[in-house]
Design a protein. Structure first.
Length: 292
């Protein structure tokens, strides 16, 4: 089973995984959607302490939507209003309400065209919907507005990789890392680009760095395991897949890949057990988890 994985930044504080974007998967893939949760924006409404603003800055999607909606009715200042639309858009997206999310990102950008978070989030929305050129346009606008923002370079790199623009993707990941040398997601994405380009040793080096920076990130171990499989190093690949499963016992992709690696070393019973677990966790796609 061959996969391509991408690490997608939501904000500078939190990133989520988006698997198989480069292979054209949509945001609804089992366990590997574009968004995994709401960012706690903390004090993004620093000058306001009303109950609605506090709800708007929470981490629960329902509370965010209710709080931001109430807060927006108070006609807050333009920049704060734009931030509230952005936060509500994230909450809608977390609930799968993608049209409402897009409408909020649009409104946030109309209210404050320099809201780079809204531009990046709308770019993520377009990327998940397969509208890659629109995503690139939003990321590029975010970069033009905030040239030292590493997140937009990382996200645009993902978009370039989905259309096969390898040189541009690598250049954007390089720039993201130059701006933020501790940016685990950018190392992971650059590693995935190197792996896609058959530069396996460089890929493993970048996955090593991503793991050093974020040692509890299952997708980084999965990615490194895949790179080791590319070198026919199945024993060490199994170790990485096992670590991914320890970190996330419901990680379907890790069971799939470990099953494949077990099959390569002749551990057929273990391969069948992992395939069975993947089918149990993802029964709607049972055929995809069968040992070939």
């Amino acid at each position: 089973m061959r996969r391509s994985l991408s690490f997608v930044v939501i904000t500078s504080a939190l990133f989520a995984t988006a698997a198989a974007l480069a292979a054209g998967a949509n945001r609804d893939s089992k366990g590997e959607g574009l968004r995994t949760g709401i960012v706690n924006s903390g004090s993004f409404l620093p000058e306001v302490t009303s109950p609605s603003s506090q709800q708007c800055a929470s981490t629960d999607p329902a509370r965010i939507i209710a709080g931001c909606t109430a807060f927006l009715r108070t006609s807050p200042p333009r920049i704060t209003m734009s931030a509230a639309y952005t936060q509500r858009g994230l909450a809608h997206e977390a609930r799968g309400e993608y049209d409402l999310a897009l409408a909020d990102y649009d409104q946030a950008i109309m209210t404050d065209p320099k809201n780079t978070a809204a531009l990046r989030n709308r770019g993520d929305h377009y990327l998940g919907a397969g509208k890659t050129e629109r995503a690139i346009a939003d990321y590029s606008e975010a970069i033009a507005t905030e040239p030292k923002g590493a997140e937009a370079y990382n996200q645009r790199g993902i978009a370039y990789l989905t259309i096969g623009a390898m040189a541009r993707a690598l250049a954007d990941y390089d720039q993201a890392i130059a701006l933020n040398p501790k940016f685990a997601a950018a190392y992971g994405n650059r590693g995935e680009a190197y792996r896609t380009d058959a530069q396996t040793d460089k890929a493993i080096a970048d996955f090593d760095m991503a793991i050093k920076l974020q040692p509890r990130l299952p997708v980084a171990f999965l990615s490194r395991g895949l790179a080791k499989e590319d070198k026919s190093d199945f024993v060490h690949a199994i170790e990485d897949f096992t670590q991914a499963i320890k970190l996330d016992p419901k990680y379907v992709a890790a069971y799939d890949e470990r099953a494949s690696a077990y099959e390569h070393i002749g551990a057929h019973d273990k391969a069948l057990a992992d395939a069975a677990e993947a089918m149990k966790l993802d029964p709607e796609n049972a055929n995809a988890h069968r040992i070939k």
